[in-house]
Write a protein that binds this ligand. Sequence first.
Ligand code: NAD
Length: 453
Amino acid sequence: MEIKNICCIGAGYVGGPTMAVIAFKCPHINVTVVDANSEKIKAWNGPVENLPIYEPGLAEVVQQVRGRNLFFSDDIAENIEKSEMIFMAVNTPTKTEGQGAGMAADLRYVEACANDIAKYSKSDKIVIEKSTLPVRTAEKIEEILKENSNGIHFEILSNPEFLAEGTAIEDLFKSDRVLIGGDKTKSGQKAVQTLVNIYSNWIPKEKILTNNVWSAELAKLASNAMLAQRISSINSLSALCEKTGADIDELSKAIGMDHRIGPHFLKASVGFGGSCFQKDILNLVYLCNHYGLNEVAEYWHQVIKINDYQKKRFTKKVIEHFNGNLKGKKISIIGWGFKEKTNDSRESASIYVAKWLCELGAKIEIFDFHMSEDKIKKDFITYDFITNNYPTILSPEKEKIFKSSHAIILMTGDPRITKFNFGSSCVFDGRNVLKLASLKSKNKIISLDKPND
Ligand SMILES: NC(=O)c1ccc[n+]([C@@H]2O[C@H](COP(=O)([O-])OP(=O)(O)OC[C@H]3O[C@@H](n4cnc5c(N)ncnc54)[C@H](O)[C@@H]3O)[C@@H](O)[C@H]2O)c1
């Protein structure tokens, strides 16, 4: 099947950047990203400085290809109909109600996509799971497509996305690997090859792995679980450092220099956030329990429990510093996104720390380089902040002076914070980034591996 038109359903953190890069690297293919949220589509079509998501390098790519062979539209029906290949890049959050609530992935958006594809297709299509899905979801999608279609052939592939927010464009240009899972049938293998041909425009052949669908689906969950496990492992050791006088950064370096272990994801922090790690591990735990593998489920669940413990342990340091009396204390939180170089705050550790301190009466102010005021305000509602003590939000243009704060909480590793003026406030370093002698001399720094006094 010759691919002239690609449609991607979901214009979010995955759909936007991945399709921008495909369009950039494949000028012979028209790529249209559709979304049910018209406001988001409007923003994707607006000035590149205000795209709905912030990613280094994204605006430059969009600037070059938008209107050439990259389009954003809210006409889902028309774009499904005219495309030979359809990516599903919709959100798959943790279920909040019904069977598996709090653990299993909520597949309602993926199922809605499959229904739309079945409804609006008039010719054969290759349908690609780009969203992270529990293993064997392709079966469910196939069921929906078969039920609603009229003799049209759909080939379902799994092509999970491994980009990391903050480095998405770099990751997409130079992927460690691209994973494509498909049926072992002749038509399945043909569809796999069609997608291989698209990635081959810029990814070396040896980095494109073709698997069965179930391996591809599970590989994504397993990768995220292993990455998060490293973070929880090093974070658990930071608690032991606090008791023993060992230094967590020295420990990370010593451990990471072992080539069998490697240095990545060994930086202690207040805990991982983001839309993926927690939900994907919970999903993995749910799957293991579903298959009766209770010990395996408990093993992975521990990664989440340590992450929650680390957020609480860090917040307790702030509370203890004020002997539990936070009423009216002005505390500045620097960094709201779940990590630097992103405007995504889903499950950000900052949210949990801020919420707890607000509940104890602290006057919180928030500073972030990339988050809009609107997005932060939405988080107060989504995460149920008490309405009579919402934090105030500082503009990113504000002069970076926090002299009058009773305490500063650093929740970002952005190197620009080292230029800020913290006066003589006590600094709680949630990323263990302040190793600067100049700051150390002026400020009391409480880090993850040191006791308060
Ligand atoms: N964010 C990441 O870093 C990342 C990395 C790898 C994989 N993933 C996975 O990719 C998937 C998408 O993640 P995301 O962060 O891009 O989500 P997102 O919330 O940023 O974007 C999803 C978009 O899908 C749209 N949508 C939902 N249902 C729709 C429907 N039926 N029709 C049209 N549009 C619809 C929403 O309006 C939203 O704009 C998830 O499964 C996630 O786990 C995310």
